[in-house]
Ligand binder design. Structure first.
Ligand SMILES: NC(=O)c1ccc[n+]([C@@H]2O[C@H](COP(=O)([O-])OP(=O)(O)OC[C@H]3O[C@@H](n4cnc5c(N)ncnc54)[C@H](O)[C@@H]3O)[C@@H](O)[C@H]2O)c1
Length: 335
């Protein structure tokens, strides 16, 4: 079988250095991938005058699997978020954000293991009906949820729970106030839940969810929710395991997937060899699992865990003094 080609977008700021770490590790573990490098974000704007060149879109469509560093969306009018554009263009409806505790990270809990499944294309982030009155006195935006959209994301969550041997799916909503949109999501989630008798189905209002996540994260297993709530709740979850440097995300559609760090391009530490590459390393683990290369995924996870737990060669955000390259070498030495 021909080797899988992965589209790689190194990204901006700390992107190139953390993507390089992940690729060194993938190579070390014996992944026989071809890499097709393309640009997006500020780098692409500087090189080709476009934030998201057609060549990049073609490579994403052709290879189906993309590993992506964080992108800087320039501030100012006329620049739509590249991430939102990619999710819409390739219909990457499921955003899968796992968080898992590693001993040795600065966090309150040692036993967090939660996957948030966020609907990625609808709700408050669909960009529909955005208007601002000419005098700046009023602004409007439209939130739209479809039954089909709700059903496929909730089904995705239950299927993932079943596949990964998880016990419980919690549908997070605000149907008591947002009766139409969140109401439709909750109604659909209840219907889908009934089809999965082997998985416990729970539901929780989003504000209570935030409180309970902070007080007792062990109560949660798989969370499924709409776009805006998922964005916020998944960052809260990242905070439970040591911050954004430890948080990967996968954007998954019917036949295309983009794996990424969830944090931004961190301009404050770019070029200083300070970035924690764990988020992209964990994203590449998600990518290997998606490709059913579970043994290699587990080997990397275990080496990463070992480096973080031993604490002697970690980056500053994890309380250590090592740089990105030394941290990466420490993982490679354990493989
Ligand atoms: N997925 C993406 O591409 C994505 C996501 C969020 C923000 N952005 C973009 O990134 C740029 C910067 O955004 P921001 O500063 O608000 O958020 P950010 O996530 O880049 O940084 C927030 C803080 O976290 C730190 N940090 C982030 N990643 C780290 C890592 N791997 N290791 C150590 N520390 C890390 C940064 O140094 C900074 O102090 C903006 O242009 C924004 O649009 C892109």
């Amino acid at each position: 079988m021909a080797a899988q080609t992965i589209t790689v977008i190194k990204g901006d700021g700390i992107g190139p250095s953390i993507i390089e770490s992940a690729i060194e590790i993938l190579n070390k573990v014996g992944c026989d991938f071809n890499y097709e490098y393309v640009d997006a974000g500020l780098t692409a704007l500087e090189n080709s005058g476009e934030l998201l060149p057609q060549e990049t879109l073609d490579a994403i469509a052709r290879n189906k699997i993309t590993l992506k560093g964080p992108l800087t969306t320039p501030v100012g009018e006329g620049f739509t978020s590249i991430n939102v554009t990619l999710r819409k263009k390739f219909n990457l409806y499921a955003n899968v954000r796992p968080v898992i505790s590693f001993k040795g990270t600065k966090s309150r809990y040692e036993d967090v293991d939660i996957i948030t499944i966020r609907e990625n294309t609808q709700g408050m982030y669909s960009g529909l009906g955005q208007t601002v009155a000419e005098d700046g006195s009023e602004a409007e935006a439209l939130s739209k949820i479809t039954r089909e959209g709700a059903e496929r994301i909730v089904e995705f969550a239950y299927e993932l729970a079943r596949r990964e041997g998880r016990k419980r799916v919690t549908a997070v909503h605000k149907a008591n106030i947002l009766k139409s949109t969140s109401g439709l999501f909750l109604k659909t989630a209840r219907e889908v839940g009934e089809r999965y008798a082997d998985i416990e189905s729970h539901e929780m209002i989003v504000d209570a969810t935030c409180m309970k996540l902070v007080m007792n994260p062990a109560e949660f297993d798989v969370i499924v929710t709409t776009n805006l709530f998922g964005d916020i709740v998944s960052d809260l979850c990242a905070g439970l395991v040591g911050g954004l440097g430890m948080a990967p995300g996968a954007n998954i559609g019917k036949d295309c997937a983009i794996f990424e760090a969830v944090h931004g391009s961190a301009p404050d530490i770019a070029g200083k060899n300070l970035a924690n590459p764990s988020s992209v390393i964990l994203a590449s683990i998600q990518m290997l699992e998606y490709l059913e290369m579970n043994d290699k995924a587990e080997r990397i996870r275990s080496a990463l865990r070992d480096v973080i737990e031993s604490g002697d060669r970690t980056t500053q955000d994890l309380g250590g003094t090592s740089g990105t390259t030394d941290f990466t070498q420490a993982v490679i030495e354990r493989l």
